[in-house]
Design a binder for this molecule. Structure first.
Ligand code: LP5
Ligand code: MN
Length: 243
């Protein structure tokens, strides 16, 4: 039995092959997992649980089938889907986690998070994040009509695209001092996150103890996941379906 972790799928009606790959992954590999964690950015942009778009409904139903089949699914927010709320959780059966969570993984405490909070050199993003996670800002946005929210989301995406093009690649990566500090704060030596789209398993010594950080990749050209069991951690990559 194993525990699976994914993030950064950025599911989007414009990329149906990736949605198909995810749905197939849910019915095949995820079905046999002991537990399944989605560490944010499942969707390209989430504008509220009241959005009636087909993609959200399809994904909620597929997750619900997995949960009803006995696989506990946990989700934590990314910077694209921080507006996922209780209504989506109820429809899909997923458990909503706080932005950082220690889980017990085969006897070891492991910190799971999206990863954006580790990118502390990206000052402009951290300022945007503070605003985006403010409950009153969110409530004001959620009060807008759906077409206006859709337009705002694409405006934000365009602004972000332009802003990130100007940033050096070390600015948008995790700051290693922040990684150490975050692990110390939580009393852990293991961490799993996504967001930076730089899949790898890093190992180093932190305060004399072996530390490990798994970084999940995005689902653009294909899928990937971290598979953990009692014998260790492994990143797996798979190609998108043809057609
Ligand atoms: O997302 P990505 O990969 O492009 O880059 C991220 C950071 N960008 C973001 C912004 C999101 O992409 C925006 C999309 C949100 C979708 C949901 C919207 C729901 C609300 C609206 C409808 C209800 O997270 C990017 C990082 C990068 O990761 C790497 O870590 O660098 O950060 C930025 O680009 C932030 C900029 O530096 C600053 C942006 C300022 C925007 C200010 C907008 C103020 C509000 C105006 C509204 C039009
Ligand atoms: Mn992200």
């Amino acid at each position: 039995m194993s525990t699976l972790f994914i993030s950064d799928l950025h599911l989007d009606p414009a990329r149906p092959a990736i949605t198909a790959l995810f749905l197939r992954f849910l019915t095949l590999q995820a079905r046999r997992a002991e537990a399944f964690y989605i560490l944010g950015d499942l969707f390209e942009a989430w504008i509220g649980d009241d959005d009636d778009a087909e993609l959200g409904r399809t994904v909620a139903l597929a997750l619900r089938t997995l949960v009803d089949g006995g696989v506990p699914v946990s989700f934590l927010h990314g910077n694209r889907d921080f507006l996922i709320g209780e209504r989506f959780a109820a429809a899909s059966g997923v458990r909503l986690l706080p932005e950082t969570q220690i889980i017990d993984l085969y006897g070891e405490p492991v910190l799971v998070l999206h990863g954006d909070t580790l990118c502390t050199d990206d000052i402009d993003y951290q300022a945007f994040r503070t605003q985006a996670r403010d409950p009153s800002w969110q409530a004001r946005l959620l009060g807008l009509p759906l077409p206006q929210r859709r337009a705002l989301a694409s405006q934000l995406r365009e602004t972000s695209r332009q802003a990130t093009q100007q940033k050096a690649s070390d600015i948008t990566d995790a700051n290693l001092e922040t990684v150490d500090h975050t692990l110390r704060t939580h009393g852990a030596r293991r961490m799993i996150h996504g967001h930076t789209h730089r899949p790898a398993i890093h190992e180093w010594i932190l305060d004399g103890l072996a530390a490990r950080r798994a970084v999940l990749g995005d689902w653009y050209d294909g899928g990937n996941l971290l598979c953990c069991d009692a014998s260790g951690w492994q990143l797996q990559f798979f190609a998108a379906l043809d057609g």
